[in-house]
Design a protein. Structure first.
Length: 409
């Protein structure tokens, strides 16, 4: 009996052990199946990722499959002014500007600037709609001249400091300074061809261009802008600039010139040719002391003829000049938001009829002092205030103050 009982116990232990091992094997097989399913899912996901990467690479190589919008960018700037001159105040959203740029490939792009001035334009309205820039920019590296680019179309003339770079966050004061506005006919653009060559090892930029001319036979430079709306180009004009940035970090020294062979090329009457020379220094760091200086002069060969409408000699337009000096200091207000503040003082003198005068004509020399504050909410958005005192020869001085806001993006 005892023997049979022992055999039974042994059989039960053996059976229990076999069943336990069978359960473990089953669990192991189940785990292996789950692991294989996970591996298969990862492989499928990897295949999809690889397919997407291949598609993106192919599209990037082909370019056009990604859409024109991937190579097109938008930007702009604008400014509003409140001006109080001798107690008479006015407010104006002076300009609203949009940039549209498109890259065709790595050597050719299109750049444009579309502007609405004074909020509204139309018949009997104060505002204007203007196409200030619209040109193809062509890098000549395909001709083994990688540092040379050409502009074909409507572009800004490289005169002084602010004719080309005049976004409101880039200068002090609510209005652009009067000296460059008159001497460089700011903002002046023309239609034609312009070449820019950069010499990096010498920190030099050289600009030359041939384009439509100023067309005012009386000799008034700023009034001679025709803005390419109905420009005559029987006799083209020429302009250029040389800029050197190697003297001190952040400092630009520049020379600009303009040659007008015949400012009366679209009118009857004697020829009026003119030459402009200008020099400038520009040092505007983000923080600390800054300064700007400019001097420009026009020499016109006015005809020895006085007749109807010929004011070149009568008003002394055969010589015109202007210069200014500006000092500034800028400091940090809030580092977290990139806010800074700066103060400036500017003194300018200009005379747009400093040449020969007939009896009864006096000097038009104007001196102006500006003092003010810029508060940059960010580097590309600014609030401004300034005080000005202007005196024209033979007249009493006039004082005023201005407020403004501006932005760029």
């Amino acid at each position: 009996m005892n023997k049979y009982f022992q055999v039974l116990i042994l059989m039960l232990i053996t059976l229990f052990s076999f069943n336990t091992r069978a359960d473990e094997v089953g669990d192991l097989k189940k785990m292996m199946k789950e692991l294989q399913a996970r591996i298969d899912a990862v492989e499928k996901q990897s295949e999809k990722t690889a397919e997407l990467a291949d598609a993106a690479a192919t599209a990037a190589e082909e370019g056009s499959k990604m859409g024109w919008w991937t190579k097109t960018s938008f930007g702009g700037y604008g400014e509003m002014h409140y001006e109080n001159n001798a107690g008479a105040g006015k407010i104006d959203f002076h300009r609203y500007v949009l940039f549209v740029n498109h890259e065709f490939n790595d050597i050719l792009s299109f750049n444009s600037e579309f502007e609405l001035e004074h909020s509204i334009a139309g018949e009997s309205k104060n505002g204007e709609i203007e196409l200030e820039q619209a040109y193809l920019e062509h890098n000549w590296k395909q001709f083994d001249a990688e540092n040379t680019t050409a502009k074909y179309g409507v572009f800004l003339i490289p005169c002084g400091i602010i004719n080309e770079i005049h976004e409101p966050n880039t200068f002090y004061g609510v209005e652009r300074n009067e000296v460059e506005k008159e001497v460089c006919a700011n903002t002046r653009w023309e239609g034609g061809v312009q070449l820019t060559h950069i010499i990096p090892k010498h920190d030099l930029t050289i600009i030359v261009g041939v384009h439509s001319p100023l067309t005012h036979s009386g000799g008034d430079i700023r009034s001679g802008r025709n803005k390419v709306s109905n420009a005559k180009m029987n006799v083209p004009s020429y302009s250029g600039a040389v800029r050197y940035s190697g003297a001190y970090p952040g400092l630009e020294l520049g020379y600009s010139w303009d040659y007008e062979p015949d400012m009366s090329s679209d009118q009857s009457g004697p020829q009026v040719n003119a030459v402009m020379h200008a020099v400038h220094a520009n040092y505007m760091p983000r923080l600390g002391f800054g300064g700007r200086a400019f001097y420009g002069v026009w020499d016109l060969e006015c005809p020895a003829y006085i007749g109807s409408g010929n004011t070149c000699i009568q008003k002394g337009f055969d010589k015109q000049f202007g210069y200014y000096f500006e000092g500034s200091y800028r400091w940090e207000v809030d580092a977290d938001y990139g806010q800074t503040m700066g103060i400036f003082l500017r003194r300018g003198v200009r005379d747009d009829n400093a040449g020969t005068k007939t009896s009864g004509n006096t000097s038009n020399s104007t001196t102006q002092t500006d003092f003010g504050l810029n508060y940059w909410l960010t580097d590309n958005a600014v609030l401004k205030t300034d005080w000005e005192r202007k005196k024209t020869y033979g007249s009493d001085s006039v004082q005023g103050f201005n407020l403004g806001m501006g932005y760029q993006f």
